[in-house]
Design a protein around this ligand. Structure first.
Ligand SMILES: NC(=O)c1ccc[n+]([C@@H]2O[C@H](COP(=O)([O-])OP(=O)(O)OC[C@H]3O[C@@H](n4cnc5c(N)ncnc54)[C@H](OP(=O)(O)O)[C@@H]3O)[C@@H](O)[C@H]2O)c1
Length: 330
């Protein structure tokens, strides 16, 4: 099978496609014929090994797990001896998290320790593969951590990205008011996803409205708690999935207060059981077509370096996917 390897940190051209043996499932694992996998901003962090603290998890001088990718979607074709909950032919998607290995034509997944779910009815593999990036992250941060409520007002910075496009839809589906921040290029897209208002960061100062937002959700880490603070209501929360030393300091400073808070969460560090539960909560919305993954570009496995170079521009709209088998596309 073909798999994307990263054996040293660097530019997109460090990635190589290698031909290797199909893995065999261990007792608690299923073997999946992977039809699509996600390529995310987090994958570019794995490739570059930056910020440096990420090497604590991924390996100091080179990646410990060299096969790239975490989000997969495919069909079960083999079962370990202890697996009772899945059958060959089942359509599944999920995340391998710190096991990586999803940017490959086949992947083995531990059914007890991984994020794994049946693909919602009528969803294509390419639409399922990125669910755990944007949708799961935004569900965790907005609903579980910030407890966003109907009629509350959320400012979403980076609203046209993977995490942001998911956040708009989740917030609208619970009845919140959404102000989306991205360039004019993507204004129509964020409105179409449900945003009530759009602000262009190139010309609008999105923090000048005082005491306006219950939540400021900076999905791309381009703002800061200090900048957003005055636009938050008294008990408002600034939260981001992007960790910086500044945000870490602000989290510590605001940890004890009931007033304006700064928060960071790493969704991948949550227990798989918790994340699988969040996916169950999202499932009806996905099945009813009320929430979808936005697909920007599709690449073949041989084009992996081009895909990483595109993501590195910081301009992607929603998600980028690697399509492994054109024949079994839907
Ligand atoms: N902690 C976690 O658990 C977790 C999980 C998933 C992702 N993440 C992190 O979340 C971050 C976001 O990932 P992503 O994939 O959603 O990003 P992304 O898709 O790469 O975001 C790109 C979008 O951001 C917009 N953008 C660029 N600069 C902006 C600015 N200054 N202000 C507002 N919008 C701007 C762009 O729109 P325009 O072209 O219109 O500017 C573009 O559409 C990444 O750092 C990723 O590593 C963390």
């Amino acid at each position: 099978m073909k798999a994307v390897y990263c054996t040293k940190y660097g530019a997109p051209d460090v990635l190589e496609v290698k031909e290797i043996s199909i893995p065999q499932p261990k007792e608690n694992e299923i073997l999946i014929k992977n039809h699509a996998s996600s390529i995310t901003t987090a994958d570019t962090i794995m490739r570059t090994g930056t910020p440096w603290f990420t090497r604590l998890f991924m390996g100091f001088s080179k990646p410990k797990k060299p096969i790239m990718g975490t989000g997969y979607a495919g069909q079960v074709i083999g079962l370990g001896a202890n697996v009772k909950t899945y059958q060959p032919g089942d359509r599944v998607y999920g995340e391998t998290t710190f096991c990586f290995g999803a940017n490959a034509e086949y992947v083995c997944v531990d059914v007890d320790k991984s994020i794994i779910k049946s693909i919602p009815t009528s969803l294509k593999y390419e639409e399922a593969a990125p669910i755990c990036d944007g949708l799961l992250t935004s569900y965790n941060l907005l609903i579980d951590k910030a407890s966003l409520k109907p009629n509350q007002h959320v400012l979403i910075i980076g609203a046209s990205g993977s995490v942001g496009s998911a956040a708009i839809q989740i917030a609208k589906n619970i009845g919140a008011e959404v102000t989306a921040v991205c360039s004019e290029t993507n204004a129509e897209m964020v409105r179409e996803l449900g945003a009530d208002h759009h602000l262009d960061y190139n010309k609008d100062d999105y923090t000048h409205n005082l005491n306006c937002y219950d939540v400021v959700y900076d999905t791309v880490g381009k703002s800061s708690f200090a900048k957003a603070k005055n636009s938050l209501k008294t008990r408002g929360i600034y939260l981001s999935p992007v960790l910086t030393l500044t945000l870490l300091g602000q989290m510590l400073l605001t940890a004890k207060t009931k007033r304006k808070k700064a928060q960071f969460y790493a969704t991948g560090l949550e227990a798989p059981k918790v994340l699988n539960h969040f996916l169950d909560k999202l499932k009806p919305f996905i099945e009813m077509g009320k929430i979808r993954t936005v697909i920007d570009r599709r690449y073949s496995i041989e084009e992996i370096s081009d895909a990483h170079a595109y993501i590195h521009t910081g301009r992607k709209k929603g998600n980028v996917v690697l399509v492994h088998s054109q024949a079994l596309y839907s």
